[in-house]
Design a protein around this ligand. Structure first.
Ligand code: FCB
Length: 387
């Protein structure tokens, strides 16, 4: 049966992006050489236009990242011009009554930092916290929510275990070292930020997936699935649970685990990237996060769907599952769709299209997709029809 469901009064509705994926013109990051983004969406120059879109879509929170390699292009040297650029962006959001959620680390690093050993080096904790301190000192009065690190395990896995992303290493020990340094860096930034500003809210964006045994009658499948869920969803959060004001959840995946660690999904419905669409999973992932007793924001959730055929139902079904979790007592404070616009999907390039807004990469024209108008109605009404 269809029924209208209402979200809590102060629920926040938004979208997320990250600097390297949308800004264009980033020359001093590790990704600049590995996978040049060129102009990307030229969000760096066109952000006012993009913020008009936020208003048009009735959104009241915008998540974006500040690019470390712009702000600190050389070790210990900060570029005032770039800091000012982000201040201007934040002031524009403030004028429009849109809250700002700022990510400090979204996969990219300055080249100099990588030359010094990157996240394998224990000094990364110092480098990252020095940069973060500069950012909060310069921008802190305009930021509502901080995300220290986006998807630490995805970064560590892709860059240090699978060898796919820069610095393209394949070494389990390095992977663990990187994770350890990320945990410490997060904690340090958490304490620094609370010392520097009173009412600061510091979180982290965690990519959590819904794990199930491939065969629920198999003890080995059940054990593998349990372990995978613990390691992927809980291990990192357990270590920072006392140094986090809210949890950011990025939800994309459902994994059926066959012993020992094979992912065997049914893939009944998949996105352009071949990722299975499984809205129910977000309900279980949110229920699992309840144990941390922290407010939760869905900081990313979205689909590569160039033809915009699945996105509307994707949004609807995920939001209905989120509402179900809220009704069961999970403290979800907001939903930020990935992404405002099409952008560089890392090593998959520009082909996957995650945007509510379509980008013409030749002309840089923006065109609002149909599904975005559907999302905009939900944001305006703070409610939708489920069932
Ligand atoms: C997440 C990333 C984000 C984007 C989406 C599709 O893992 O945080 O930058 O690429 O996936």
């Amino acid at each position: 049966m269809e029924k209208s469901v209402k979200f809590p009064k102060d629920f926040l509705w938004g979208v997320a992006t990250s600097a390297y994926q949308v800004e264009g013109g980033i020359e001093n990051a590790d990704w600049s050489k590995f996978y040049p983004a060129g102009k990307a969406c030229d969000h760096y120059h066109l952000y006012e236009k993009d913020f008009d879109l936020l208003e048009k879509l009735n959104l009241n929170v915008y998540r974006f990242s500040v690019e470390w390699s712009r702000i600190e292009p050389k070790e210990g040297e900060f570029d005032g011009k770039e800091v000012k650029h982000y201040r201007k962006m934040l002031l524009s959001l403030q004028r429009r009554g849109i809250k700002a959620m700022v990510t400090l680390h979204h996969f990219t690093n300055p080249l100099w930092m990588i030359e010094k050993g990157g996240w394998e080096n224990k000094k990364s904790i110092f480098y990252f916290s020095r940069f973060s301190k500069k950012v909060i000192q310069e921008l802190g009065d305009l930021v509502d929510f901080w995300i220290t690190i986006n998807e630490p395990l995805i970064y560590a896995k892709a860059s240090y275990a699978k060898g796919r992303w820069p610095p393209q290493k394949k070494n389990l020990l390095l992977f663990l070292k990187v994770v350890k340094n990320q945990i410490r860096a997060h904690k340090k930034v958490y304490y620094d930020f609370h010392r520097i500003r009173k009412k600061v809210r510091v979180g982290l964006a965690k990519n959590n997936s819904f794990f199930e045994p491939f065969n629920s009658k198999s003890l080995l499948d059940r054990l593998s699935s349990r372990f995978a869920a613990y390691f992927w969803n809980n291990f990192f959060l357990n270590r920072i649970r006392n140094q986090i004001d809210f949890i950011g959840l990025n939800y994309y995946f459902h994994n059926k685990i066959k012993f020992p660690f094979h992912i065997e999904n049914e893939n009944k419905v998949i996105s352009d990237l071949g990722w299975e669409i499984f809205p129910e999973g977000i309900y279980y992932v949110l229920k699992d996060l309840e144990k941390y007793k922290k407010p939760i924001f869905v900081t990313e959730n979205g689909i590569a769907d160039a033809k915009d055929v699945f996105r509307k139902d994707f949004i609807k079904e995920h939001l209905c599952q989120i509402h179900r979790a809220i009704k069961k007592g999970v403290d979800v404070k907001g939903y930020l769709h990935w992404s405002l616009m099409d952008n560089l999907e890392w090593d998959s390039g520009f082909a996957p299209r995650f945007g509510l807004v379509k980008i013409n990469y030749e002309t840089l024209e923006r065109e609002i997709r149909k599904s975005a108008f559907y999302y905009a109605e939900i944001c305006k009404n703070n409610s939708l029809i489920c069932g």
